[in-house]
Design a protein around this ligand. Structure first.
Ligand SMILES: [Zn+2]
Length: 295
């Protein structure tokens, strides 16, 4: 049985996986100082009780990781830590692999589709914007384990908002949940809208768009434009079959995905116009499933 671990800020989700199916799961409350000990102690106890034999452990992490060594997890507050020796303390000799959570989710989504050896890219639209690349069924981290940092592509020439990374016009300044709130507030007074007062929630903007609100629809159009442009650029570099769109903002559904696809066609090179742009379907399970198939 394979173990897929999805590390979050305060809870860690663990999937017990057999033949691409999550057959059992565990959620572990953790403390920052003892996060991985907390996880593997709980897993060991549970696996022993259930008589599960663990053949390998894959871990998806919200930040920069090189091999099994965490460089920095900004939202968890962990840096410079090797996961492998901690895992092997509880599971001696078991194979351990790590990657960032966007890569793990990309692989998970691909594995849930028919062709497990295909190539795909996943874009996660959350507080920020992340990316994960799978080529021929294998996660690709890149030479600096940095190939998913697409949130900082310069694509928004129109607003050129300042980004947290120090650059301007980054994709995530408009296409993340925080970006949606930013754009909505800027254009609020130019539309007859049900969104009154200071707008603080991306979900409220998305819900308004779904109900046909002109400001909500305009904001989603800005988001879709920036994503269609970004995907057209990424596709020229990676040439994959499918882009999955996930994360909280993707809950906007077809109204967003179809617009992204329309903008993509407008910007895309003629040789790659015919690709799939789909909404991710596994939600939080994608990270666990993908992490379990890193080897
Ligand atoms: Zn940036």
């Amino acid at each position: 049985m394979r173990l897929g671990v999805d590390v979050g800020g305060t809870t860690v989700k663990v999937g017990f996986i057999d033949n691409y199916e999550i057959v059992d799961r565990l959620v572990v409350e953790t403390k920052k100082e003892t996060l991985f000990d907390d996880v593997f102690v709980a897993v060991k106890e549970y696996a022993t009780k259930k008589n599960y034999k663990i053949d390998g452990i894959g871990v998806g992490l919200p930040g920069h990781v090189v091999g099994t060594v965490i460089d920095r997890l900004p939202n968890v507050g962990i840096s410079n830590l090797d996961v492998k020796p901690i895992a092997n303390k509880y599971f001696p000799g078991v194979f351990v692999a790590c990657t960032n959570d966007a890569n793990a989710a990309a692989l998970g989504e691909l594995l849930a589709d028919d062709d497990k050896k295909a190539s795909a890219y996943m874009i996660t639209l959350g507080t920020g914007v992340g990316g994960g690349l799978v080529i021929d069924g294998k996660v690709r981290d890149g030479s600096h384990s940095n190939c998913g940092e697409i949130g900082h592509m310069f694509v928004d020439y129109v607003h050129n908002y300042k980004c947290s990374c120090g650059l301007n016009g980054c994709l995530e300044t408009v296409a993340s949940a925080t970006g949606i709130v930013r754009v909505a507030n800027q254009y609020q007074h130019e539309f007859k809208t049900t969104l009154e007062g200071e707008i603080t929630s991306a979900k409220a903007v998305i819900d308004a768009a779904k109900a046909g609100d002109p400001l909500g629809l305009f904001v989603l159009d800005v988001v879709a434009d920036s994503l269609g442009r970004s995907i057209s650029i990424i596709e020229l570099a990676v040439d994959v079959d499918t882009f999955y769109i996930g994360g909280g903002v993707s809950n906007a559904g077809d109204i967003l995905i179809n617009r992204i696809a329309d903008y993509y066609k407008r910007y895309a090179h003629y040789a790659v116009k015919d690709i799939n742009i789909k909404r991710a379907k596994l939600g939080n399970d994608a990270g666990m499933l993908g992490a379990a198939y890193l080897w």
